[in-house]
Design a protein around this ligand. Structure first.
Ligand code: SF4
Length: 408
């Protein structure tokens, strides 16, 4: 019977490649478990094992080399429907390049199955050994490395995987995959593959690889590791209700320019939220030195009636300049028509400028909020109440609202 899990695409692998056997076993396992292909999300890595995407009629996502477990974790944690199953596929090269990601996936015990297609080498780049190449294989390839391979199964086990196993015989692939898929929590299977193009015809030639193999090592008993379902990341997304009005018909660009510790990034975020509650699309972009406690702090906010496809801001409509650091960074953006709102201790002249003693009245930390409030009260871009509502969930809301209500 043709598998509903696979497309009719031809296997892209070299003749005799073991990866095709594993792909067919995955398909068989899901068919036997009765999965709808669209309830499966395959996350693949780089390398020959990463060529699987077009073969599957499931959802597929392609990751960076070694990073597929991290991507798979993100997908699983973002799933609203927990009946869907995330399968991460990577080769032994990807597994060693991204070992930390693999161990984190096991440690966090997210409901993901990781299938490591282990052919003991990097096939796509010419047969170089990987961190999982066995001693016997290295001997066969005349490679003297002098260090033992990682035991990926034991590492995953020790990191906290609910189940981890090494499977050598293709006859056991389907049942092992079914077991791993049906395991709640993180499961890892190291599946032996062969790469005839770089000299490995039969896995059983390698005694050291197969000696512990067929016993499905290290499957933990169901009660040995407690699997606690992680809440969906989507549950944490703040819902902003659109209940105010705005006079913006098109797109409006705002730049906030100040110094570290001046509350610039927070103010930009609050302004973006206020815009959303006034029925607008909003983006926010921050810029500051890597040493976040010193130097300039710049934020750009775009408020728009239409979806924002380009987040660049070459000609802002209004620029708030709160410090010398900020002025240095944004002076090139000032055009004749740009509205400038600035603290009056800065000596700045421009055609369209309003200066007030914001920092003197409310302190450096809240000066930019006071300036935004001043701007809001002199325009009808967004209602003041929308800005206050954006502030209210903040832990220091009382102080922040007091700042914007302080007369100038
Ligand atoms: S190079 Fe090796 S691993 Fe890659 S497709 Fe060919 S046989 Fe398979």
């Amino acid at each position: 019977m043709k598998s509903a899990v696979l497309t009719d695409k031809k296997m892209p692998f070299c003749p005799g490649c073991g990866h095709g056997v594993i792909v067919n076993s995955i398909s068989k396992a899901f068919m036997e478990l009765g999965y709808n292909p669209l309830d499966i999300i395959i996350v693949s890595d780089i390398g020959c094992s990463g060529l699987v995407d077009p073969l599957f009629a499931t959802h597929t996502v392609h990751g960076l080399h070694g990073r597929a477990p991290a991507l798979g974790l993100g997908v699983a944690m973002g799933l609203a429907n927990r009946n869907k199953k995330v399968i991460v596929i990577q080769g032994d090269g990807g597994a060693t390049i991204g070992l930390q990601h693999l161990l984190e996936a096991a440690r966090r015990n997210i409901d993901v199955t990781l299938l490591v297609f282990n052919n003991l080498l990097y096939g796509m780049t010419g047969g170089q050994i990987s961190g999982l190449s066995t001693d016997k294989f290295k001997e066969l390839r005349h490679v003297e490395e002098g260090v033992p391979p990682f035991d990926i199964v034991r590492l995953a086990h020790q990191a906290g995987a609910v189940s981890s196993a090494r499977v050598i015989s293709p006859a056991n692939f389907t049942e092992s995959i079914k077991f791993a898929v049906e395991t709640s929590g993180f499961s890892l299977l190291e599946l032996a593959s062969v790469c005839p193009s770089y000299g490995l015809q039969k896995i059983k030639e390698l005694d050291d690889f197969s000696e512990e193999a067929e016993a499905l090592l290290n499957h933990r008993k169901a009660n040995e590791v407690e699997y606690i379902e992680t809440p969906s990341l989507l549950d944490k997304v703040e819902i902003i209700v659109d209940k105010f009005n705005s006079s913006i018909n098109d797109r409006y660009g705002v730049v906030l320019a100040g110094s570290a510790g001046g509350g610039i990034q927070l103010a930009a975020e609050l302004l973006a939220k206020a815009g959303m509650s006034a029925g607008l699309y909003a983006t926010m972009k921050g810029e500051y030195p890597v040493t976040v406690g010193t130097g300039f702090s710049i934020a750009e906010v775009i408020l728009s009636r239409k979806p924002i496809n380009y987040t660049g801001l070459d000609k802002p409509d209004v620029i708030f300049i709160m410090t010398e650091d900020g002025l240095d960074k944004v002076k090139n953006l000032i055009k004749n028509e740009t509205m400038i709102i600035t603290d009056d201790f800065l000596s700045l002249s421009a055609d369209n400028i309003s200066s007030k003693s914001f920092s003197k009245k409310v302190g450096k930390r809240s000066a930019v909020l006071s300036a935004i409030s001043y701007w809001i009260s002199n325009t009808d871009i967004i209602p003041e109440e929308a800005f206050k509502e954006a502030i209210r969930p903040h832990k220091h809301a009382d102080l922040l609202i007091k700042a914007i209500e302080t007369p100038l």
